[in-house]
Write a protein that binds this ligand. Structure first.
Ligand SMILES: Nc1ncnc2c1ncn2[C@@H]1O[C@H](COP(=O)(O)OP(=O)(O)OP(=O)(O)O)[C@@H](O)[C@H]1O
Length: 315
């Protein structure tokens, strides 16, 4: 693997589609060997970010650098990255021809890895790609994405039509491949809780902006939903950073960062319910939040004491 500058550097990236802001001034790096989950609701801007990173479209403003160079029409750079997207289109090929074409393109391609994956996903190599089922086409894309052993590996919801067993196989092989051949992996997904255990870093996008960027370990158990009568909830969360807020009549549910023992005692006295959130729930609560603050880990939030440690159990 060639050492060098940051794998993917995105600087002030904006993409407008006829006035609609799909990506809004995003600056972020994906560097070094890592598995990053790119999370967000439908239409958040995940695909747009990955397509721009892979030079499959051009930004309205801003810049993408891959290993320090623009990837646009840059064969040397594009051979170092693979972009696997949902419902990948293939030319009118047989499976084995699609694999052969990929093996010619990617310099780190592993025939052995491809062969093992084909067997595990039970892909018929003599069948035309257009005659594969949807799930089989996804499996083919995944085989290419992993066997390419590209230094930058971008997976955009790669498992359309894959059943739970095949998805688990993908997760297992992704981890094995990563352990044996570390690379910069970005995995865009809605199946947040399913992939949570794989991730080292979590980037959440909402409305074209990065709303959260933190090590996955910092997020596990770090957010708490505080629910109950609105006035009591407000008493408890006063002065804290609020990551999400829902109100129905006089009751309210508010998402905050880690709570310490004193907070928990106060919550009990106020008859409030505390619930530790999963990553999936964090995404639900932080998407469309109204306070629109900068992206940061909940533990780095300025309103919170540095001594607080993430809560890991429900109260
Ligand atoms: N070619 C296009 N023309 C017009 N609007 C587009 C185009 N591509 C994306 N958009 C819009 O940009 C926004 C971001 O889309 P994007 O596909 O990046 O979201 P996403 O987070 O990948 O969503 P999903 O999880 O549903 O795939 C959406 O509002 C989408 O409708």
């Amino acid at each position: 693997m060639t050492p060098g500058p940051v794998a993917v550097s995105v600087i002030g990236l904006t993409r407008r589609y006829r006035g609609h802001l799909a990506l809004d001034d995003v600056t972020i790096d994906f560097g070094g060997p890592s598995i990053t989950g790119l999370l967000g609701r439908n239409g958040a801007g995940k695909t747009t970010l990955l397509r721009l990173a892979a030079a499959q479209e051009l930004p309205s403003q801003g810049q993408v650098l891959v290993f320090g160079a623009s990837p646009v029409e840059n064969d040397a750079v594009l051979r170092r990255m693979v972009f696997v997207r949902e419902d990948q289109a293939f030319p009118d090929f047989k499976v084995r021809h699609a694999l052969k074409a990929a093996s010619w393109f990617y310099p780190n391609w592993s025939d052995a890895a491809a062969a093992a994956l084909i067997e595990e996903f039970e892909l018929p190599t003599g069948r035309a790609v257009k005659k594969l089922s949807r799930g089989m086409r996804s499996a083919l894309s995944i085989v290419i994405g992993l066997a390419a052993r590209a230094e930058v590996t971008l997976f955009d919801e790669p498992y359309a039509g894959l059943d739970a067993v095949a998805r688990q196989l993908f997760y297992d092989r992704l981890l094995t491949e990563y352990a044996e051949h570390p690379r910069t992996i970005v995995l865009s997904t809605h199946l947040v809780d399913e992939v949570a255990g794989l991730l080292e870093r979590v980037v959440m996008i909402d409305g074209g902006r990065v709303v959260l960027d933190a090590p996955a370990d910092d997020l596990r158990g770090a957010f708490t939903a505080v629910s109950g009568p609105a006035a009591a909830v407000e008493t408890l969360v006063e002065g804290r950073r609020v990551w999400g807020r829902r109100r129905v009549a006089a009751r309210e549910s508010v998402v905050v960062g880690p709570l310490d023992g004193v907070d928990r005692l106060r919550a009990r006295d106020l008859h409030l319910r505390l619930e530790t959130l999963s990553l999936q729930q964090v995404m639900v609560h932080t998407s469309g939040r109204s306070d629109g603050g900068p992206a940061e880990s909940p533990e780095e939030s300025p309103e919170e004491s540095p001594e607080e440690s993430p809560e890991r159990t429900s109260a």
